[in-house]
Design a protein around this ligand. Structure first.
Ligand code: TR5
Length: 138
């Protein structure tokens, strides 16, 4: 595991200052979906992709993303039209957690906006597990 929590705060603040929250530009996750940038993909279907976080914050840490961002830069931008996709992403998190044998439990997190510590503006679910986690998060 690497990168201190403080680095994640700085990354979120930088993304905010760059205006990425409202940008139409393709994100790093779009490039992972299109395979322009490599990632360790552990699950894929027509709507969702799951891959290992490059900077894991737990023994097991993967991300679940919609393949097409479709306006979902962040959870707070979700609309009624996104309800089925949001359900699919949550179900996918559970499916892949099972595949990863996280039978003793895990945590699903969505960071929203600068104060939520979001640095990539393409909706993603963090799934963390494989060890005893503590609570509350900072
Ligand atoms: O802070 P938020 O919630 O936005 O989470 C973004 C997550 O994306 C962080 O946990 C990063 O470690 C993760 N991340 C960033 C990159 C990346 C990645 N995970 C897998 N592969 C990645 N690539 C290739 N490039 C990144 N910049």
């Amino acid at each position: 595991m690497s990168a201190a929590p403080h680095d994640e705060v700085l990354a979120a603040q930088e993304a905010h200052l760059k205006g990425l929250a409202d940008s139409e530009e393709r994100t790093i996750f779009d490039k992972i979906v299109s395979k322009e940038i490599p990632a360790t993909v552990i699950y894929e279907d027509s709507l969702a992709l799951a891959f290992r976080d490059i900077n894991p914050q737990a023994k097991t840490h993967f991300l679940v993303i919609p393949k097409i961002r479709a306006g979902l830069t962040r959870l707070s931008k979700s609309t009624e039209d996104h309800k089925a996709l949001l359900g699919h992403l949550m179900y996918t998190a559970a499916l892949v957690a099972k595949q990863e044998k996280l039978d003793a439990g895990y945590r699903v997190v969505v960071n929203d906006g600068v104060e939520g510590c979001q640095s990539v503006y393409h909706l993603h679910l963090h799934v963390l597990g494989g060890q005893q986690l503590s609570w509350p998060p900072g």
